[in-house]
Design a protein around this ligand. Structure first.
Ligand code: SF4
Length: 166
């Protein structure tokens, strides 16, 4: 039987794709999951053409909308590019779950830093890529990296991946 595919933030698999050229390798992911599932590395920021190293990006509340933009003037809004990448990724790959890097303005599932128009920062944002996947596939199993180390949370995620239906 063909292995189910899980998309994983590339930096968690050891790819040096972070804005500063580093990775965020979490060996647990490949150690535990690589035998059962096909792991597909994704980096939304690289996929939309941002290189390494690159300027940091951040989440901003603009009216009722959450946007992601560069941190230096002139501010460049990258929201649509990342949303479009998420859409085309789902259209081209049969994915049964996502493991995404926490705290990232692209990949973070929750508790990401987000700034309002007055510059006040809260920690209740969701990365733009993760939010777009949730909006397109609300039942898609998804876990962020700070939860992967929790045995129960990881077990539940694996169960969800195994029963997820298209
Ligand atoms: S958190 Fe996401 S966007 Fe940032 S480096 Fe990792 S894979 Fe790329």
């Amino acid at each position: 039987m063909q292995q189910r595919a899980i998309a994983v933030s590339a930096c968690l698999l050891g790819h040096k794709v972070r804005y500063d050229g580093a990775d965020q390798k979490l060996s647990l992911i490949s150690n535990i999951l690589a035998e059962q599932f096909k792991l597909i590395a994704i980096c939304p920021e690289m996929e939309i053409g941002l290189g390494v190293p690159r300027e940091k990006i951040e989440l901003i509340i603009n009216g009722l909308q959450t946007r992601v933009q560069s941190t230096q003037v002139p501010f460049v809004d990258l929201t649509s590019k990342i949303q479009n990448y998420a859409k085309s990724f789902l259209a081209n790959e049969m994915i049964f779950g996502f493991i995404l890097k926490d705290k990232s303005p692209s990949c973070g599932v929750k508790n990401c830093k987000i700034k309002n128009q007055q510059g006040v920062v809260n920690n209740n944002g969701t990365g733009i890529f993760a939010a777009q996947i949730m909006s397109l596939k609300p039942n898609m199993p998804m876990i962020q990296s700070d939860r992967v180390i929790n045995t129960q949370a990881l077990k539940l995620f694996i169960q969800q991946v195994n029963v997820y239906e298209y």
